[in-house]
Ligand binder design. Structure first.
Ligand code: SF4
Length: 434
């Protein structure tokens, strides 16, 4: 049997694509290896959200190209994912040892393309017309959480974001394919299903009424004890129906990830986000008043082109005022093709961006600690995700996505247990079994 190694950079969507690739390749008699040096087929699954990830991808294949030239002439190298989608033919010019450039929308074409490169052909497949999906085998990473994409792409064209150019326009997966994947994951022992999409609120299964709430109901009705999550929400697309669904369905967790990006109205407009601070605040207030203990997390960018100190401070203020439970933060990184990348005159100097990011992170840490302290002394259910034998500690998550470490000497990964919270740190809670 031949061996395949996949290196995945970037987001959960890429990780999910890697699980699909492994599944499809197993049907072509490839086995998975953790050691790239012993592989017959090497795949880099690239991310283009920041320049750093793009550079990392090219540097990884540079090393692989060297192996191929020096000692493994039959080695096949695949350049896949978001950078591949954008760069297309140029990848072959830059890295002549690459055999296949595979765009994000051609994932399901992989088995056919692998057969072609095995005969010595070099192929670029980055057509924006998605290759029809079929009910394929998926080799999930062993864990308690199965990430299942329900839609892909985005129509929003935020001025800083590369996703609409790399993942294409928004399209939802067929409900029957999603349900078959969910049932399979549950039968394999997964205890948490996370529905994944750039804007999960826009899900449309094809027939009237088949929206995200409808999908959550179908999954919630399946037998067994398990949890359901969904990410990511676009702020203004969180409907009353969705909130009611989260309240009503016992398996759906009280957790919303709602990227805000900036707390300043002028910058939000320049980002082409379709809300202002007051609207975002209203959404948070509504969620907090209707769903006790709801966790709200967000994303922020520091140093967007033209951002003044005052506008940046509005972001810090927003983070604290909204008592956000956690935020992903990043310094602005210009991405080719996007609108904001053309505003070169407005770029913020690197040292200021770095300083703003550090202050944003400092604020984030304070918000996280404050959020965690609310749970001190409370009893709460966790789903155990991990056991560290050397430390005799189990780690799990609450329904609202708080990480809890608990001293325990047995591996009960996948189990639901009640714990009492005894300590609150910035990034996690400590607890004891009750
Ligand atoms: S909504 Fe999200 S994925 Fe879509 S363009 Fe904006 S930031 Fe990118």
């Amino acid at each position: 049997m031949k061996k395949v190694y996949i290196e995945t950079l970037g987001c959960q969507m890429n990780k999910s694509d890697a699980e699909r690739m492994y599944g499809m390749l197993e049907c072509l008699d490839y086995t998975q290896t953790e050691n790239p040096k012993e592989a017959d087929l090497l795949i880099i699954n690239t991310c283009s959200i920041r320049q750093l990830s793009e550079d990392k991808a090219y540097s990884a294949i540079g090393v692989w190209g060297k192996w191929k030239k020096e000692s493994k002439p039959d080695l096949k190298i695949v350049f896949a994912g978001c950078v591949a989608q954008q760069a297309g033919e140029n990848v072959l010019k830059r890295a002549p040892y690459v055999d296949l450039v595979l765009g994000t929308q051609r994932l399901y074409e992989l088995p056919e393309l692998i057969k072609r490169i095995e005969t010595g052909e070099r192929v670029v497949s980055v057509d924006e017309t998605p290759f029809e999906e079929s009910d394929i085998k998926i080799n999930r990473v062993k864990s308690v959480n199965a990430w299942i994409p329900i839609m892909e792409g985005c129509n929003n064209f935020c001025t800083y974001c590369i996703v609409p150019y790399t993942r294409g326009r928004e399209r939802s997966r067929k409900p029957e394919l999603i349900m078959s994947e969910v049932k399979k994951a549950l039968s394999e022992g997964f205890k948490e299903i996370t529905l994944l999409g750039q804007n999960v609120d826009s899900y449309q299964g094809g027939e009237e009424g088949q929206n995200l709430s409808w999908l959550l109901r179908q999954i919630n009705a399946l037998d067994g004890k398990f949890r359901i999550r969904f990410v990511t929400n676009y702020p203004t697309e969180i409907t009353e129906e969705l909130i009611n669904t989260v309240i009503e369905l016992d398996k759906v967790c009280e957790y919303f990830h709602i990227p805000m990006q900036s707390g300043d109205d002028y910058i939000l407009k320049k980002m082409n986000r379709r809300y202002d601070y007051a609207t975002y605040k209203k959404i948070c207030d509504n969620l907090r008043s209707r769903i006790p203990d709801v966790t709200i997390t967000s994303d922020f960018i520091a140093g967007f082109p033209g951002e003044t100190e005052e506008q940046f401070e509005n972001t810090l203020k927003a983070m604290s005022e909204l008592e956000l439970d956690y935020s992903n933060t990043a310094a602005y990184s210009p991405r080719e093709k996007t609108v904001a990348a053309k505003w070169v005159d407005l770029y913020i100097p690197e040292d200021i961006k770095t300083d703003r990011l550090a202050r944003l992170n400092e604020h984030n840490r304070a918000c996280c600690l404050k959020s965690n302290q609310k749970y001190l002394g409370r009893e709460i259910e966790i789903l155990v995700e991990k056991f560290e034998e050397d430390k005799k500690v189990i780690t799990g998550r609450t329904r609202n996505n708080k990480i809890v470490h608990v001293p325990y000497d047995k591996d009960i990964t996948g189990g639901f247990v009640n714990v009492k919270i005894t300590g609150a740190r910035t990034w996690y809670l400590n607890g004891e079994l009750v």
